[in-house]
Ligand binder design. Structure first.
Ligand code: ADP
Ligand code: MG
Length: 727
């Protein structure tokens, strides 16, 4: 019977850095790659570039000083000779590599100063009959100060002392053709030599499939628990009365597209239920999300409840304010405006109107969700371009949602989504103890009735088109509606890639378009390193444009502009009082000026695909033929070339997002959200879409039929990480 190895506090701290706090986490710490130490290669057969294990006798050993100080020895095995070279070495190694010693070495062969050599190979002294390894040697992700050898020992020990059972029923594994967990995990830690290391490293072996499936399943179960748990919390049922919504629909100059009607029906139904809606409305740039938001807002207002509409930037918030005022004032609803830059007295007036319930619709930036803003009866919170908000703002929004509930009733914090704080997620290392999972479906069911107090419904909108598989995984805790068609009458935007040395021609193009009464954007380059430089550049471009186009009315908008000024410029552009708007990428999100039909983007090669797509979406909003000119400056990097090709070839945001995913991987695409995706260590959403879909299906099945299995599974995979999921 093996006993658990003692672990020193120093090692515990190192393990914690690797996310290992329980012995069972060690079992799930899987190799990055393997070294084959199961056989010896004759030195004469070594190929440059190959990794190999060799054994021989040291024929010569010295510390050289040219070209660098190094310990160099010559190893011979009867078939040939090779040099071992160490740039950093201590007395121990010198001792090991004394002339006459028998040495086993593992390393990569290269062509060196003296001939074929291994630099810093792994070495040990052996006897003639020292046995070889019987399985491939795993190489684990580790951290400074924790050697592969110690980590390997700890993991092998954990494999012996931890009972490794399958969390999933055998029948389920059979049905899904999944290898069992115990044999999969053992195989990955100690693969026999007949298994190809390449296949293991590519994660395509059935053992890996099983581990990845388990990981995805845990993530899906966890997110679906949140999803279900929400349906046990209370919200006010906002019934569709139709009084106001019908009036707005009748007054609109257009009728809703099929897609808009479909998503509106989904939202309207959710609002009428006594559970908090958390719905994500996905729709490509220009697909018409704003009117959907307005109609959703009216459903709450018809019921006498307040609505908050929050946007990530002042420009966008202001635009919504104007648009919704135009739509809703004829119905007797006057929105109130609240942003950080408002004067103190105006701010006080706005917050007072919100607190008294006098105003039913508040529009603004995240200032809406600051502590000093108290809603009287908040029924619906709408967040536009939600991907632009950071984690903290999302937390503030959640907290705002909870406020009224908390006043009347204490809510168990760990059951409330989005309330994870560093203090309750940073659990103590419990390597020495058995683990009690902090969350599980059983608990949710038995205790959720304690958390019954109404909270507002939430509608999140985003133009980040996300490939379906990713959306499923990423937003498994939300309900998702998709607007999958654009309003009719749009003429497709033509995109042109133009070398910067043809700038003069482009200017003539701008001149001609504006002469015909069209409006144009000129987007200044992104300068990531320095905002100051970026602004300076925008200012210079603006002055150049004024000089070049003396007959045109030119405006400038950038991030550092005083807000009132920003709003004034945008309003002037919208009203047609400016022909050309020089802008930084502040106009990226949401700006809607239908008469603008020409856009020039400078240094397009510096921008990401999502950003280019968003920018380009500022044109093509009216009936006129729109043109987007992407100026680029060679030489182009491989990545820049690939991006420009994609943006040139595609206008469908979903396709672009899919391509972007291929190009960059999901982590970067999704940015800040700490989520299920960030938690995935083994599964890769680019490759494991099918496994993910399966996991999603199985998660729902298990949650309905087999909560015990869910609990066991979560305990293994994310007992203490559960809270991270929902920030
Ligand atoms: P986004 O989804 O990017 O937020 P907007 O809501 O700003 O898009 O809508 C883009 C433009 O399309 C606006 O000018 C809006 O008034 C208009 N629009 C929205 N729905 C329709 C429709 N069904 N038919 C015609 N135009 C529409
Ligand atoms: Mg919008």
């Amino acid at each position: 019977m093996t006993t658990p190895l003692k672990i020193t506090p120093i090692t515990l701290a190192k393990l914690a850095k690797l996310g290992i706090t329980r012995r069972s986490d060690l079992v799930l710490h899987l190799p990055l790659r393997y070294e084959d130490e199961t056989h010896l290669a004759p030195i004469a057969t070594l190929q440059v570039g190959e990794s190999a294990q060799i054994q021989g006798v040291v024929a010569h050993s010295e510390v050289t000083h040219r070209p660098h100080r190094a310990l160099v020895c010559r190893l011979e095995d009867g078939s040939g000779e090779v040099f071992l070279r160490f740039l950093h070495f201590h007395a121990g190694i010198q001792q090991q590599l004394k002339v006459g010693k028998r040495v086993r070495a593992v390393g990569e062969v290269r062509e060196g100063f003296y001939g074929r050599e291994m630099v810093h190979p792994k070495c040990s002294n052996v006897e003639d009959d020292t046995p070889l390894q019987t399985s491939l040697t795993p190489v684990y992700p580790t951290t400074a100060g924790l050697s592969q050898t110690s980590l390997r020992k700890l993991i092998l020990n954990a494999l012996d002392v931890i009972p490794i059972s399958d969390t999933l029923p055998a029948a389920l594994c059979n049905r899904l053709s999944l290898q069992d967990f115990p044999s999969s995990i053992r195989l990955l830690h100690q693969p026999t030599p007949d298994i190809s290391a390449a296949r293991l490293e590519a994660h395509s072996h059935p053992a890996w499939q099983r581990i990845k499936f388990d990981e995805l399943l845990a993530q899906q179960i966890s997110m679906r628990i949140h999803h279900r748990e929400r349906h046990q919390r209370a919200a006010v049922a906002l019934l569709p009365r139709g009084t106001l919504t019908q009036s707005l629909l009748a007054a609109l100059p257009f009728s809703l597209t099929q897609a808009q009607q479909k998503v509106l029906a989904e939202i309207s139904r959710d609002l009428s239920l006594p559970h908090p809606m958390q719905r994500l409305l996905l729709g490509d740039v220009g697909s018409g999300k704003t009117i959907v938001a307005a109609l959703a807002a009216l459903q709450a207002i018809e019921n006498g409840y307040q609505v908050a509409l929050m946007s990530p930037t002042e420009i966008l918030a202001e635009q919504h304010f104007l648009k919704l005022s135009e739509w809703l004032e004829p119905l007797g609803i006057t929105p109130v405006w609240l942003s950080g830059s408002l004067k103190k007295s105006a701010k006080q007036r706005a917050t007072a109107a919100i607190a008294s319930g006098e105003t039913l619709l508040a529009i603004g930036t995240h200032a809406l969700f600051q502590k000093n803003v108290q809603f009287h009866k908040l029924g619906l919170a709408i967040v536009d371009e939600q991907h632009k908000f950071g984690v903290e703002q999302r937390l503030a929004l959640h907290a705002k949602g909870k406020e009224s509930a908390e006043i009347t009733q204490a809510v168990r914090p760990e059951l409330v989504e989005g309330q994870s704080t560093p203090s309750n997620v940073g659990l103590k290392p419990d390597l020495r103890n058995s683990v009690h999972p902090s969350t599980g479906p059983g608990r949710t069911e038995s205790e959720s009735s304690a958390a019954r107090a109404p909270e507002p419904h939430q509608l999140m909108m985003s133009a980040t088109p996300i490939p379906r598989t990713l959306a499923m995984s990423f937003y498994a805790d939300l309900d998702v509606s998709v607007i999958d068609e654009l309003p009719p009458g749009r003429t497709p935007i033509v995109t042109k890639l133009v070398n910067d040395n043809r700038r003069a021609e482009v200017c003539e193009r701008v001149r001609a378009a504006c002469a015909k009464g069209q409006q144009a954007y000129w987007v200044c380059p992104l300068i990531e390193e320095s905002e100051t430089l970026e602004l300076q550049n925008a200012q210079e471009t603006f002055e150049n444009m004024q000089a070049t186009f003396s007959e045109l009315r030119v405006g400038l908008v950038h991030g550092r502009l005083d807000n009132a000024e920003k709003v004034r410029v945008m309003a002037a552009f919208k009203a047609g009082e400016l022909d050309l708007l020089v802008a930084t990428t502040v106009i990226e999100v949401g700006v809607d000026v239908p008469n603008a039909s020409l856009m020039v983007i400078e240094h397009a090669e510096r921008m990401g695909l999502a950003q280019l797509h968003q920018l380009r979406g500022r044109v093509g909003r009216g009936a006129a033929h729109s043109l987007c000119i992407l100026l680029f400056q060679p030489p182009l990097s491989e990545l820049a070339r690939a991006r420009l090709k994609i943006i040139f070839e595609h206008t469908d945001g979903f396709v672009i997002a899919q391509e972007d995913l291929q190009l960059r991987g999901p982590g970067e695409l999704l940015g800040a959200r700490q989520s299920g995706v960030a938690m995935l260590r083994f599964a890769d959403l680019n490759e494991d879409g099918e496994l993910l879909e399966l996991a999603r299906k199985v998660a729902d099945e298990l949650l309905s039929d087999d909560p015990d299995t869910c609990r066991k599974h979560l305990q293994r995979w994310i007992a203490h990480k559960h809270d991270f999921l929902h920030v």
